[in-house]
Design a protein around this ligand. Structure first.
Ligand code: NOJ
Length: 758
């Protein structure tokens, strides 16, 4: 990699300043790295695949680029007559939304015996947080700050899904979740680009396993490339005006890491960035993805995305749209059937470069070869393996563990929690006995009837607790009658727990909410319980932080449980009764009011900062604080920790690839617990103002009561670099603030000097 040191050449200084659009005064030395990356290992195109291409007719080539649903209206072991015929005629390269070992065996049989060239099928499904065993939703998993556990969960998801014939998942979701109004925040790792990148790698490792050839490996398809989470007003599918520099600084980080981790597939986003919808964005698909990152895998559209291009106003018709997408770098067409309908005539009319078409076909075939499908198309479709792998007790145990680590204790006045394991517990609220919503959106082949509800969880782990239930009406609502019954149960109970939140369908794709709080009946229930003047606990079910001020002031204890998954009820009951410790931390800031959105820990500084109450002519609101209600990284424990100031170990070595920061942590509370030490950085002076804090490291440490330990956190040198403009990255240098603590709102600072390295 060539580096230009602006320090050493005055002409470069001038050119650099010109590039930055800065005036002549700039005392800062800047070392620029061109935007290139080492070539990652990726799909190779073998002689077998090339030979196959040589035999293909134009129709067969186009067929390989067509990904269509087994059955348009159903997900599962279904196939329409029309799709079955298309497979046998070689007009389909992949099928989505089907599963089941026997069913997929039959589809592969049709493809490999009835079609002329006997090419096996890619079979894809959204395995977003588990297949049969449903783990907490991704934002909940992220709250665990435990990448290794997430890798293990993704491994289980892959083992289960592949046992049912799936060889491709439309995941992981690598969008950033920075707006709680946006329903798909639930699928993200939250607001930190750096942490999203850490989890991107963890997930791909788990999904793809050691080798894609293994019959328990899934081809991962990271989505939605890019800027899908940068929504306007929190609405789904909206356009955003982001420079490539801004994208590189945030949204592209997890994707770049995913490509380095040998990701096999990318799905461009529906939405337009700088006026260009994802599937037409040559800058992203070609310049960044292929030329800079050397991505050799597959690019597949989102569902029906090509057919949407005319509605974006960037294509006249389906033919125009198909030509545009293929030319921009899209290999497969999911569900538009636009390529099937229009590429043939486009080639015949000379409107498409055949080499481009061939390159796309080669990538589809190479993916199939990489998955071992040419050697054995049935390896993932064995009924005996499916039976052995689904509903496995080890998978369920892992789901309980991950769900437990995803729970965030937001409040615990007077140590109301943990609850005693005996006595009478009033368990109230729409999600107290619910089995239909705990899995959250994208439940793959999860089974509602097998979900462990919170009530079931208590019955399992605290059998001596007498549960007093007060159920909602048939619609899941609390009217006058149900609230009266809830009050009655609460009056005679020793302890009170309300399980409130949002339904699974009110979170996820196309479930944006202008009012991301609780429904009015739940607020009425909460306020009614408060009139008893007794402490009570609220457990929150949902895919976002709720923006609802009173929700946080009325209860004495609050646990954010996200959608905890198919085993979630047990994890919640274990935590509430103290059988497990709270270890989760918020991967997103919790706003005080909708007007604060977007609010994240990594905002840029302003010349007129305002921290506290409104001040004249300072940046802030006249009617609201500028800080969030709970900062990024917040999460309590049943014990207490004190944190020492950060100490830089061995700072002066300019060749260091990592800096080591040490922090003393002491457990000053009454019981054991796990502390999460977070590390944030900021380059104090740079040509572009740098965010006030950016998460750059963390470490979990278990401590007994009274115990003290030193925690060491590594910060990668390259994580301190920043993007100067669309194409140039600068080496971080000069003085840095190194900030550590239990969350982004409570940190102690030391300084680290990083010399300019040529
Ligand atoms: C649309 C969603 O945006 C995408 O994430 C998903 O993979 C496809 N539908 C297929 O279900």
């Amino acid at each position: 990699m060539t580096r230009l040191s602006l320090m050493t050449s005055p002409s470069f200084v001038l050119r650099g300043l010109f590039l930055l659009g800065l005036c002549a005064f700039n005392p800062l030395p800047v070392v620029i790295e061109p935007a290139t990356a080492a070539e990652p290992p990726a799909f190779t195109v073998s002689a077998r695949v090339r030979a196959l291409l040589a035999q293909m007719t134009l129709e067969e080539k186009i067929g390989q680029l067509n990904l269509q649903a087994g059955d348009k209206d159903r997900i599962g072991p279904f196939i329409s007559k029309e799709t079955e015929q298309a497979i046998s005629e070689g007009r389909v390269g992949g099928i989505l939304n089907v599963y089941g070992a026997e069913h997929t065996h039959e589809l592969q049989r049709i493809a490999t015996t009835q079609s002329r060239l006997k090419i096996p099928l890619l079979i894809g499904l959204d395995v977003v947080h588990g297949y049969r065993t449903i783990f907490p939703v991704p934002i909940g998993q992220a709250a665990s700050f435990n990448p290794d556990l997430i890798t293990r969960a993704e491994r289980v998801a892959a083992i289960e899904a592949t046992s049912a014939g799936i060889n491709w998942t439309f995941g992981p979701v690598l969008d950033l979740g920075r707006d709680p109004r946006w329903g798909r925040m639930v699928e993200t790792a939250g607001e930190s680009p750096w942490y999203a990148a850490v989890l991107a790698e963890a997930r791909i490792k788990g999904l793809q396993g050691e080798r894609l050839q293994s019959s328990d490996a899934l081809l991962a398809c990271a989505k939605h490339f890019a800027g899908n989470g940068a929504t306007e007003g929190g609405r789904e599918y909206t356009a955003s005006d982001l420079s490539l520099r801004a994208l590189r600084e945030a949204e592209l980080q997890p994707f770049e890491r995913a490509v380095k981790a040998e990701l096999g597939c990318i799905m461009p986003a529906f939405n337009a960035v700088d006026g260009v919808p994802g599937i037409l964005n040559q800058r992203l698909l070609q310049t960044v993805l292929r030329d800079e990152w050397h991505f050799k895998g597959l690019v597949v559209t989102d569902h029906g995305a090509i057919a949407e291009l005319p509605r974006h106003g960037v294509a006249e018709d389906m033919s125009d749209a198909s030509i545009g997408a293929l030319t921009a770098g899209v290999d497969m067409d999911m569900a538009s059937q636009a390529y099937s309908g229009s590429l043939k005539s486009a080639v015949e009319a000379g409107r498409i470069d055949v080499a481009r078409l061939d390159a796309a076909v080669l990538r589809v075939l190479a993916a199939k070869e990489e998955l071992g499908l040419f050697d054995n198309p049935f390896a993932r479709s064995l009924a005996s393996r499916e039976q052995e792998k689904l509903d496995h007790k080890d998978h369920k145990a892992l789901a309980v563990t991950l769900a437990g680590e995803s729970l965030v204790l937001l409040k615990n006045e007077n140590a109301l929690l943990p609850l005693p394991p005996k006595g009478r517990l009033a368990l109230i609220g729409p999600f107290a006995t619910d089995r239909d919503n705990l899995m959250g959106p994208w439940e793959a082949n999860g089974q509602h009837a097998k979900v462990v509800s919170i009530k079931d969880g208590f019955a399992r782990v605290a059998p001596h607790l007498q549960l007093l239930l007060a159920q909602p009406d048939k619609e899941g609502l609390y009217g006058k009658k149900q609230i009266a019954a809830a009050l009655q149960a609460a009056r005679v109970a020793d302890k009170i727990v309300l399980v409130l939140g949002e339904k699974a369908i009110d979170s996820g794709e196309a479930s944006s909410r202008a009012f991301p709080g609780l429904l009015p009946d739940q607020m009425a229930l909460l306020k009614a319980i408060k009139t008893l003047n007794r402490p009570f606990t609220v457990v929150l079910i949902g895919g976002r932080p709720f923006v609802e001020p009173e929700l946080y002031t009325l209860p004495s204890a609050i646990v954010h449980a996200w959608f905890p998954g198919s085993e979630g009820g047990e994890a919640v009951a274990r935590l509430l009764t103290g059988l497990s410790e709270p270890v989760g931390h918020m991967p997103v800031s919790v706003p005080r009011s909708v007007g604060q959105i977007p609010i994240t820990h990594d905002k840029r500084p302003t010349g007129r900062p305002s921290l506290g109450p409104p001040e004249a002519f300072m940046s802030g609101y006249i009617d609201e604080h500028t800080t969030p209600l709970y900062p990024f990284g917040y999460g309590l424990s049943y014990t207490r920790f004190t944190y020492g100031a950060p100490v830089v170990i061995g700072a002066s070595d300019p060749a260091s690839r990592f800096y080591k920061i040490q922090v003393k942590v002491r457990n000053t509370g009454p019981r054991q617990g796990v502390a999460l030490v977070q590390l944030y950085t900021r380059q104090r002076v740079a040509p572009l103002s740098q965010p006030e804090k950016q998460l750059r490291g963390f470490a979990r440490i278990a401590l007994q009561a009274g115990e003290e330990k030193d925690v060491l956190i590594s910060v990668a040198r390259e994580d301190l670099d920043f993007w100067l403009n669309d194409t140039q990255k600068a080496k971080g240098s000069g003085w840095f603030d190194i900030m550590t603590g239990p969350d982004a709102g409570e940190t102690q600072t030391t300084r680290l000097f990083i010399p300019v390295t040529p």
